[in-house]
Design a protein around this ligand. Structure first.
Ligand SMILES: [Cu+2]
Length: 213
């Protein structure tokens, strides 16, 4: 089975690769338009019977003038700590509608984590270092994950049934909303392939000095 969806510049090809592997796990492999594995893509699965949200506490560190990780995904109500592991100070902020905040110039660890209780996509920045960017995807479902360096994400135990699959990547074209696909999770395990056309590269801190890093 193959599904193709085009959403305002974001092109997705969805192919059910295989089934009957193991007990009801779901694996999703995500590639870019050159068929290279794509990290930092968010997939959220929503169902009509989403259970109560289980908030998490995660960290988005500032390390070597970069936010780590670049993309995080959490259920609504989760808390995020922003430890500064650099010697220089950072000033973290968001102007995104789902959560607006700033942590003024600080070193080490801020006093309290920030709570993200509204679903949406939050773009993080630093007032001192313009190239520092990161994203937090706040979901309506507990089933939300970010693809790893091999473009893969896996849920070990998915209940069979109908889901809406939300797919988002920071470098997709406008609108900056996730693409939505209806998928039916079979009784057996399944693997999907998703392709996203991207237009940009991940931001990097400027190189210092000549030649090598
Ligand atoms: Cu900074």
């Amino acid at each position: 089975m193959k599904l193709k969806v085009s959403v305002s510049g974001l092109f997705i090809a969805l192919a059910l690769q295989s089934s009957a592997l193991f007990a009801a796990s779901l694996t999703i492999n995500i590639s870019n338009q050159q068929q290279q594995p794509l990290a930092d893509a968010v997939v959220e699965l929503r169902s009509l019977t989403n259970p109560e949200l289980k908030p998490q506490r995660i960290q988005v560190a500032q390390q070597q003038l970069t936010f780590v990780p670049f993309v995080s995904a959490i259920p609504a109500g989760s808390e995020v700590e922003f430890p500064n592991l650099d010697k220089t100070r950072h000033h973290v902020y968001s102007f995104s509608p789902a959560k607006q905040f700033e942590i003024k110039l600080y070193a080490d660890k801020p006093e309290a984590p920030i709570i993200f209780d509204t679903p949406g996509i939050i773009a993080l920045g630093c007032n001192i270092h313009d190239y520092m960017q990161a994203y937090i995807y706040v979901s309506e479902s507990n089933l939300v994950a970010v693809s790893d360096g091999s473009g893969k994400l896996t849920w070990p135990d998915i209940a069979p049934g109908s889901y809406q699959l939300y797919l988002w990547h920071p470098w997709q074209l406008e609108p900056r909303q996730p693409a939505v696909l209806d998928v039916v999770m079979p009784v057996q395990s399944a693997a999907y392939q998703l392709d996203i056309d991207l237009s940009q590269q991940k931001p990097q801190p400027p190189q210092r000095g000549f030649g090598s890093r």
